[in-house]
Design a protein around this ligand. Structure first.
Ligand SMILES: [Zn+2]
Length: 237
């Protein structure tokens, strides 16, 4: 009985059932990011009742929390909003900075949520900041090390590659509580400070949960990829 060829197909880096799952997850990531753009665009046309812009919202939230050493910057691009803890800048994109839409106000409040996480010493964001350098190495070098290990048929190198890659996966996982918590803080502050009305925060929930789904999809995709690498490596041995 000869089954060597079938084995090679099933156990190599080529076709395997997990690979189909990885592809499905990659598609889900694309769907999630297309959805956040469409939800954002939809509510970017709905003006908030208070009329505050994204930048004014951020200013108001920082003021209310007594934060005086964080600035607000206008950055180019769409949905490129972020908080940069190094320069202490809330960076708001073209569609957020000067817009008074509910979508813009929601995103600005979310970024301020990240500011407050840093200020209150929120543990997951501290862990995330600490592993950024390792995660960067992991996402760049992990897969190339694994491929090199397979090319040289040197198992220890593959194992090292998997460990390095798992740092990038860990980063994606720690990102989840950080993002959910920033959105949660945003919702509470927008209502408490009277920046948005109760009905308006329903839209905030929609916008921010669509954004959160992109993080969930990419974390799930990364976990799946890691799992597949571990299984393939175990089968090789
Ligand atoms: Zn965020």
């Amino acid at each position: 009985m000869y089954y060597g060829y079938g084995r090679g197909l099933g156990y190599g880096m080529g076709f395997d059932p997990m690979y189909i799952l990885v592809i499905i997850m990659a598609i889900l990531c694309m769907v999630a990011s297309a959805r956040v753009s469409s939800v954002y665009r939809k509510y970017a046309r709905t003006r908030s009742m208070s009329g505050l812009t994204g930048a004014q919202t951020a200013m108001e939230i920082l003021r209310r929390n007594g934060i005086t050493d964080v600035g607000i910057a206008h950055v180019s691009g769409e949905l490129t909003d972020h908080y940069d803890p190094k320069s202490r800048m809330v960076c708001l994109s073209d569609s957020t900075y000067g817009s008074n839409s509910i979508a813009a106000v929601s995103v600005a409040a979310h970024e301020c949520g990240h500011v407050l996480q840093h200020y209150t010493g929120y543990v997951p964001i501290r862990i995330r900041s600490a592993i950024v350098p390792a995660a960067n190495i992991g996402s760049k070098a992990g897969i190339p090390i694994i491929i090199l290990g397979m090319f040289l048929s040197f198992s220890p190198l593959i194992t090292i590659g998997i460990w390095v890659f798992s740092l990038a996966v860990l980063f994606q996982l720690v990102t989840l509580p950080v993002e959910f918590n920033a959105s949660h803080r945003a919702l509470i502050m927008l209502e408490e400070y009277g920046i948005l009305g109760h009905e308006e925060t329903d839209i905030t929930k929609k916008v921010l949960s669509a954004a959160a789904m992109t993080y969930v999809a990419s974390a799930a995709s990364a976990v799946l990829q890691l799992l597949r690498l571990v299984l393939l490596n175990n089968r090789r041995r």
